[in-house]
Design a protein around this ligand. Sequence first.
Ligand code: CP
Ligand code: NVA
Length: 306
Amino acid sequence: MKRDFVAETDFATKEIDRVFELCAAMKNKKIAPKPLAGKTVGCIFHKASLRTRISFEVGIAELGGSSLYITEKEIELGKRETIYDAAKVLSRYLAMITIRTFAHSDVEQLARHSEIPVINALTDLLHPCQILGDAFTIIEKKGKLDGLRIVYLGDGNNIANSLINLARRYSIKLVIGTNPGTLPDQALVKAAQAEKVGSVEVVFNPKEAATAADVIYTDVWASMGQKDLAEEKAELLKDFQVNDALLRLAKPDCLVMHCLPALRNAEITDSVMDGPNSVVFDQAENRLHIQKAIMLVLMDQKLLGT
Ligand code: CP
Ligand code: NVA
């Protein structure tokens, strides 16, 4: 049975640990597998992308394969024909699909009907490749995930939701500092709180959230597809800016993270983003290594060891 990576919860904790091991082995050039030799991966992008698209395309080449960049114009997914029909046809040509789009349910449908692995390259709900890469970065810097106070400040968007899913796999202490008008997905919060692997707390006071943080993570206040809400969200979230005053409340060795692209001096100041606590460009680099590891295990599932 083929496997997909549409949500963080598609992998068990042990499987994610294995992805981290393979990621480190490839990053350190201990292994250089070519599971995509002679194969093509379809990269469907309905939204802009710098990091995700380029790291996938480079990663596919490094794994020995070819990539095909497909925009909305070419296939009009779900409009020109059903997602079911598109999934069946794409499965006859490609070895794997990675897709960035709006509705999470479109990616779930594509995965359900494809006979090849489907990887979520960001939806309005989740950004799982990002969060696995970020978790790997945290482990590189702190040696662990479990027990860390990871504070997300800002809009309750796909990044916040994916961090919540991370708390369903690792015993992190996740604190979401946001406005009552910009909450993360409530079903995911409830699921994480019921499962009690990590803890998830939503607070409305940015100072309370940032206090004693091991990691402070932020993201744009208006995500792709929501730019018309930018002013409204900026007003709701202005107290959640990651700046020097807020960072002083965290632990001295607190990591500052941002998935990028950033709107500098809105959700994060230049001084923090370019300061000594920031690991934003390490995060960006690790997108390449983690996606290679995700593609590797989906092409060769026995590597997952489960
Ligand atoms: N972090 C991230 O996914 O960046 P892009 O939107 O540029 O791919
Ligand atoms: N929340 C952002 C993340 C971009 C990588 C967005 O969806 O636009």
